[in-house]
Design a protein around this ligand. Structure first.
Ligand code: SF4
Length: 552
């Protein structure tokens, strides 16, 4: 079953997927055999298999399900009736003991809520009859995406070819990047050019990681970008490899995006063929690298180009955090690392690593074509460039909207066709589960990095969920707290125990302000990574802006 996969530890998760795809679940005998093949202890294989939500380790004597239906019950889907859908599917399949029906966190289809998966098929919006029909037909493969099989275009890889021809030098790219003000669009918002310079100044070999593990509740922009137009992101990745001097590249795709992974596999096959062609046409660009990255001279790319691997996540939100993602790439549990050292200095296999969200890379060809300053001028209210906002909830047309950086909620709602019929704005999440909950009165605040700190919120990956007067902020907060409790990796106590405590306390009709504030403080101050530090944001938001919902 694992033929074609090298028996290496770093491929443990790929092996587990291979086995589970074929067998429907993982028995202890399977895990023991895998441990032997990979020369790992059984404990190591077991701990990885049980860490990720998408692996099903079977009890002795249990049989794997014939099919699995996963119904998303995160906030946007919950608002669209996910609980009812889940119940309907459970009832409809009650006699099918060999079909597993599960409630799962966000699957990245919030614009078409309620969403569900049948095997590897995402269905959105989903209804019970449709899901049951797919199960009965065994129709569980990924769907084809709009960009699948798209013909080559003149603009594909045009900026990268300018680099290969020497029309554009690495230093020019860095200058344009700095002028653009492009920031990491996965949530952290760190200036891209600074990260590039840091990694380029590290010793070789250096690696690159493309983060396609968006799992923040309400975020689906990376799926949207790749589903419709993946090539600029791949071109951006090659440009980064040439400028920063990266030898090995990994694309890590969340497991819910089987359709995107299939599309990328196709695109990467074509790209590898193009790399061979480019090496024939521009031999001077391929060869031994010198230290010093962009300014060190020598060839841009190693002979044959950088190695490129496509990897598959396994249902762990925390792996969107770059150090957890790197642990996962190395075949381990996705436990965030203590920092420093930062990823730019010690990343994959301890080597300097440039890790970027996929949308950040997507913008590179555009800003090199138009110039960094022109791209920066796209922003409004003193912000630089453009943003893709995922908009879901109570609007007429949920979806991904490309608007100037610094746009407001009112502008986003207008772009999304206005509020849904019969709904009036009450509150909104500016940055998914982690970014807090703000009241309607702040609908004119610019939504961008650094603009929301005074309001106790942040924009993160720009996942905007709109709530109306039909919703309560405390219900949204409880939903988000449950999400964090489910996704905590368990490595540190403030987060592991704190998220569970928070769920219990937030269910009380009247909130214990003192205890919740104390808990929030401890989690924020003492958690290792951003998940635990941001998990109390919904609590703080409700206490600050919506006290009438939780106090007499
Ligand atoms: Fe894991 Fe939570 Fe600690 Fe992050 S904060 S390391 S997710 S337990």
């Amino acid at each position: 079953l694992c033929g074609g996969l090298a028996p290496q530890r770093e491929l443990l998760i790929e092996h587990l997927h291979r086995l589970q795809d074929a067998l429907g679940g993982l028995t202890r005998d399977d895990l023991a055999a895998l441990a032997e093949r990979l020369r790992l202890s059984q404990a190591e294989v077991y701990e990885v298999a049980t860490f990720y939500h998408h692996f099903r380790v079977l009890d002795d004597g249990a049989t794997p399900p014939r099919a699995t239906v996963r119904v998303c019950t995160s906030l946007p889907c919950q608002m669209a009736g996910a609980e009812t859908l889940l119940e309907q599917v459970r009832q409809a399949l009650a006699d099918d003991a060999d079909v597993a029906v599960e409630a799962v966190p966000c699957i990245g289809q919030c614009h078409r809520a309620p969403a569900a998966c049948v095997g590897q098929r995402q269905v959105a919006p989903a209804d019970a009859a449709q899901l049951v029909a797919l199960v009965r037909a065994g129709d569980t493969g990924p769907r084809a995406l709009p960009a699948t099989g798209a013909p080559a275009r003149a603009e594909d890889y045009a900026q990268f070819e300018r680099l290969l021809r020497g029309e554009l030098r690495p230093i020019d790219v860095l200058r344009e990047l700095e002028a653009s003000g492009l920031r990491g669009l996965g949530g952290a918002g760190f200036p891209a050019w600074r990260k590039w310079v840091t990694v380029a100044g590290q010793p070789t070999p250096r690696h690159g990681v493309v983060n396609i593990d968006e799992g923040e509740v309400g975020t689906f922009k990376d799926w949207h970008v790749l589903a419709h137009d993946p090539r600029p992101a791949l071109e951006g990745m090659l440009i980064a490899a040439a400028v920063v001097g990266l030898d090995h590249l990994w694309l890590y795709v969340r497991d819910e995006y089987h359709d995107v992974r299939a599309l990328l596999a196709q695109e990467l096959d074509a790209l590898r063929a193009r790399l061979a062609d480019w090496q024939r046409r521009y031999p001077a660009a391929f060869g031994p690298r010198s230290a010093g990255g962009a300014e060190g001279g020598g060839a841009l790319l190693p002979p044959g180009g950088p190695t490129i691997e496509l990897r598959r996540g396994a249902g762990a939100y925390v792996c969107g955090e770059e150090s957890a993602l790197i642990e996962s790439l190395e075949g381990k549990r996705g436990l965030p690392r203590l920092r420093p050292p930062i990823t730019a200095v010690r990343g994959v296999y301890g080597r300097p690593t440039l890790a970027h969200n996929v949308e950040t890379l997507w913008w590179l060809p555009t800003l090199l074509r138009d110039g960094g300053a022109a791209w920066a001028a796209g922003g409004v209210r003193g912000r630089s460039g453009w943003r893709r906002y995922s908009v879901s909830g109570r609007v007429r047309r949920p979806g991904v909207y490309r608007l100037p950086a610094g746009s407001t909620l009112n502008e986003l709602i207008a772009a999304a066709g206005g509020m849904a019929d019969g709904h009036r704005l009450y509150a909104f999440l500016p940055g998914g589960a982690s970014g807090g909950i703000l009241p309607a009165a702040l609908a004119d605040v610019p939504l961008d990095f650094d603009t929301l700190a005074d309001y106790g919120a942040f924009i993160g990956s720009m996942a905007v969920v709109v709530l109306s007067e039909a919703d309560r902020a405390r219900d949204a907060a409880l939903s988000l707290l449950r999400f964090f409790a489910h996704e905590s990796c368990g490595q540190c106590t403030p987060c592991r125990a704190g998220t569970t405590q928070a769920v219990a306390l937030a269910q009380a009709p009247m909130w214990d302000r003192e205890r919740l504030s104390d808990l929030s403080h401890v989690m924020r101050e003492a958690s290792i990574c951003g998940l635990g530090q941001a998990a109390p944001n919904p609590i703080d938001s409700v206490l600050r802006y919506f006290p009438h919902e939780v106090a007499p």
